[in-house]
Design a protein around this ligand. Structure first.
Ligand SMILES: Cc1ncc(COP(=O)(O)O)c(C=O)c1O
Length: 344
């Protein structure tokens, strides 16, 4: 896959990955004395399957995507980190991000000593395609897009994203952490069409497994193979693999909770827009809303005094006086509405 290979860190192309004796063994074994494990069974005494085969089989069914197009990480934060490491040469390469957006892109770039170029979204929180393309240089290895975007909650215009997939010469990562809360179509179906596309999703949001730490990347088999080469061999632990497999069977609860979160989002928007201290609520296709307050810092502090923690985004580009409020349980949502009513 030439289009992707030319973007990979040259030293990693020749990396010989770690391999365990169990990777080499293809038959059926009964005695495992190869990995210096403790032999006494307590359910977690063995190393996990490094390629998480059972779990990927299940994800493959849910997402209608082949197993060799799926990569799993310890949360999507680990997936994002590995993508940066795979493509970007520290001290030389850069990422393009479009603020306001998810804060970890910048942090991960800094940790990996990768430069950041920021091309802010326009006043409608949409991409400025021409500016992104203008800022591209041959060290701009990755463009990070987030749709629905955090912290605003809106979906990026599809025609802009497609234009970038067709014209941006580097890797395009589309972070779909909140995809289950929108009716917009995922870009997952396009991974075979665009070799430079990597779609990220997570089980931390609609699936309700943030504590497990399980994130996904979907891309062509070549890119997924390269990520497998550089990941820590046992990055998804036994308990996570087992618990996720069990939770993924329960699609009924997943659908029920997702529907409730979406209807509660509407209730929050309807009720909060009546309050005089709130000037605007941005359109959201995620499980949170971004609300512009008269004075965000003041409202944030008062909410904290009442024991309610929201996210203060007032210092983010384009988000002056904005607080991000996650949709909670119906009881929690009533509580935040009532508390804000008393502050109005
Ligand atoms: C846009 C976005 N991407 C990724 C993540 C990280 O998710 P995970 O829990 O899978 O690491 C978050 C978490 O808030 C997010 O908002």
């Amino acid at each position: 896959m030439k289009e992707v290979e030319r973007l990979i860190r040259p030293d990693l192309l020749t990396l010989k990955p770690y391999s365990s004796a169990r990777d080499d063994f293809k038959g059926k074994a009964e005695v495992f004395i190869d990995a210096n494990e403790n032999p006494f069974d307590n359910k977690i005494n063995r190393y996990p399957d490094p390629l998480q085969r059972k779990l990927k089989d299940q994800i493959s069914l849910i997402k209608s995507i082949p197993v060799d197009s799926i990569f799993l990480g310890n949360g999507s934060d680990e997936v994002l980190d590995l993508i940066i490491r795979l493509f970007c040469v520290p001290g030389t390469d850069e990422l393009i991000i479009t603020p306001p957006t998810y804060g970890m892109y910048k942090v991960l770039a800094a940790i990996n000593n990768i430069f950041i170029t920021e091309v802010p979204l326009d006043s409608n929180f949409q991409l400025v395609v021409e500016s992104i393309l203008k800022r591209y240089n041959r060290n701009s290895k990755i463009l990070f897009l987030c749709s629905p975007n955090n912290p605003v909650g809106n979906v990026l215009n599809r025609k802009d994203v497609i234009k970038l997939l067709e014209t941006f010469p580097g890797i395009v990562v589309i972070d779909e952490a909140y995809i289950d809360f929108t009716n917009e179509e995922s870009y997952i179906k396009l991974i075979q069409t665009y070799p430079n596309l990597i779609v990220i999703q997570t089980f931390s949001k609609a699936w309700g497994m943030a504590g497990l730490r399980l994130g996904m990347a979907f891309s062509n088999a070549y890119t997924i193979g390269q990520l497998n080469k550089i990941k820590p061999p046992y990055n998804i632990n036994v308990l996570t693999q087992e618990a996720a497999l069990e939770k993924l069977q329960d699609t009924k609860t997943f659908k029920k909770n997702k529907k409730l979160i979406i209807s509660e989002r509407k209730l929050l928007v309807d009720q909060l827009s009546l309050l005089p201290i709130i000037k605007k609520i941005h359109q959201s296709d995620a499980n949170f809303i971004l609300a512009e307050f008269d004075n965000a810092n003041e409202s944030y502090a008062k909410l904290l005094e009442e024991g309610i923690v929201v996210r203060n985004r007032t210092n983010e580009i384009g988000c002056k006086n904005c607080l991000r409020i996650t949709v909670g349980t119906p009881e929690e949502n009533i509580r935040i509405i009532k508390t804000l009513e008393t502050l109005s």
